[in-house]
Design a protein around this ligand. Structure first.
Ligand SMILES: [Zn+2]
Length: 204
């Protein structure tokens, strides 16, 4: 299949997962557990599709096993971030976990900055595998935080600074989630000369 068509289809899938995942989460109010599962699966699926767009473009640089392992990392990180609700609540009750008086620690978007610094540091070492591992962490956190930010804004806490932005407009969230894989690919390309441009890749 032509690369541009395939890429377009992936972005279409990504937008559909974002929009219909949110609509379904809104529609299914009860049981609360089912609602939470749909919400979490949407986070995981978004992370997975964004990671796939990057990894597919790098398929000549990584093995099949690495491809699946990295895809799994992005998917699982996107999903497991919400475990911090239970850790902060010190309870396994969904009600306690969703009624916190503060944002839980894994929702601090300074972590995205740390992940990005890790990508740059591993780039300096020259290891594409470790760079991609850091990229998967970055994708997991940024896609999750951006989706949550449409309801609660971006929370950024570092020493001497603690701020929370207003809710991110939904259209901006969709735009950013779709741009992230291309920004990351560009970042990888500027360091690893063996990384081809997306449009040059022969995809099947
Ligand atoms: Zn969350």
């Amino acid at each position: 299949m032509n690369f541009n068509v395939l890429l377009f289809l992936k972005h279409l899938i990504l937008c559909s997962v974002c929009i219909y995942g949110d609509k379904l989460t809104e529609y299914v109010q009860k049981p609360v557990l089912v609602r939470a599962c749909i919400d979490n699966a949407t986070h995981a699926f978004i992370g997975c599709v964004v990671a796939e767009i990057i990894l597919h473009s790098l398929k000549h640089q990584i093995t099949h096993q690495q491809y699946y392992a990295l895809l799994f990392v992005a998917t699982i990180v996107s999903s497991l971030i919400d475990l911090d609700h239970f850790i902060v609540a010190k309870s396994l009750s969904l009600r306690d976990a969703t009624h916190l008086d503060r944002r839980p620690f894994l929702h601090n978007s300074a972590i995205c900055l740390v992940a990005l610094i890790l990508v740059i540091l591993t780039k300096c070492v020259g290891s594409i595998k470790w760079s991609l591992f850091a990229v998967m962490m970055f994708i997991g956190f940024t896609t999750h935080h951006l989706r949550d930010a449409t309801r609660r804004g971006i929370w950024f806490k570092v020493p001497f600074h603690d701020s929370n932005s207003p809710a991110v407009p939904y259209e901006l969230y969709l735009l950013l989630v779709n741009i992230i894989p291309h920004l990351v690919h560009y970042l990888m390309q500027t360091t690893f000369s063996s990384v081809p441009k997306m449009k040059q890749i022969d995809l099947v």
